[in-house]
Design a protein around this ligand. Sequence first.
Ligand code: C2E
Ligand code: CA
Ligand code: CA
Length: 449
Amino acid sequence: MCIKLILVLSLFFSLVFVFFIFFIYKFYRKAFFDSVTNLYNQVYFREKTLKLLKKNTEKKYSLIATNIAHFRTIYGSYGPRLGNIILRYFAKCVSLIRKDALVARAKEDKFQILLSYKTKDEIIDFLEKLSVEVHKFHSDEMSTKLFIRCGVGLLDGKVGFYNMLSYVELARKEAIKHGIVYYFFNDEMAQKLHKEKEFSDLMEGALSKGEFKVYYQPKYDILTNQVIGAEALVRWASSKFGFLRPDEFIPIFEQNGFIVEIDFFVLEEVCKMLRKELDEGRKPKPVSVNQSRMHLSQPNYIERMQKILEKYNLPKGLVELELTETVHMDLRKACKTMIELKKLGYMLSIDDFGNGYSSFPILFNVPIDTLKIDKDFLYSVGNLKIKEVLLKMVVEMTKELKLNLICEGVERPEHVQFLLANNCRNAQGNFYSSPVSQEDYLKESYLKK
Ligand code: C2E
Ligand code: CA
Ligand code: CA
């Protein structure tokens, strides 16, 4: 009886123990491994990598971020079953080429690989082989061929592991952009990132310290040689970097969102100037300001724009907004916003007209005031006859639609002749004047020649 009891009890405890081990194992797998591919998950990958880097200081390691091109579309079209087969296939390819590579599935089709190497060529060789193997994937269900896109960084001590994790992502995006298999994170990218960080750290202080300046580039009537208005263009007189042109900082501000504040600053400066001129009894000419497409995603854009007009109480027609159409624009939303801006009393101008994006949907739906021909139209080489025909068509169209037309980037006497010959009467560009300070603009603007 006693032996029986002992046997039952030991069986019971053995079962409990087995369940306990099983449960621990399950928990361990879930905590550290990806259930689809059996690869490490990101948390465990990071932990393992840091240990390896610490332990094998004599070895050189590279970090690779990779993904399967168009995986989302494949997943969407062929479903999760095939999607998961592809993910497992990728994992098999890596281990086939380099057994010692540490691989993790980060998310979806994104993988991270830690690879030891002796020479850079060894990494390239690995990536090329991996690309070939992945490309070999075949399924009766799908005819699409698979491609990989990889961002590579060398963990050579210059950049820490955690920073490199995000840098290889940027390099991967470069590979996607160029449609190539791999892209190495390089010094140029590092410098760019450093600059972006420095600019982002300093921008708010710079705005409150008055380091941003509004310059004005006069617009001219070619026939009378008179100033008809101006475009306001921002400059950064930085105490740290010197005098900066917008091309150096606007793309960064577009990314970090600060462009919204810069645009409002420029608009306020312009309104202030116009108000002062009116108050002092002069007749200022219209000024245009650039508006980033980022405003379209701001919930309070229209309210802020309204408040500024009310604050300075300017007559209609003195401030024009230059808007550029881009591929990523939500056209319906853009048109709606533009109509509201127009109702508030702003004039509207389509900037960079003819630079490749079609502005026609905006033209159809929004009461635009001005078309501004992109400067590349003048600079592009090619068939002059076609250029002439195009310009004539645009001139005719704007006449028909009662729109103002201006060509920017007028640099040389030939440009002026070309515009004149084709009845485009208004011009802006360095031939007449480069952007100048407010003081210089006002002097020029009232000058009778
Ligand atoms: P954009 O709006 O197309 O402005 C015209 C640019 O062409 C200006 O460059 C101007 O200086 C330049 N330009 C004028 N005449 C000539 C010429 O004869 N030849 C050549 N090669 N260039 C000429 P800038 O001031 O460097 O501005 C560059 C771009 O930065 C602007 O292009 C605009 O997209 C952006 N930007 C400038 N200020 C602002 C701003 O306050 N807000 C926003 N959102 N963007 C701005
Ligand atoms: Ca512009
Ligand atoms: Ca332009």
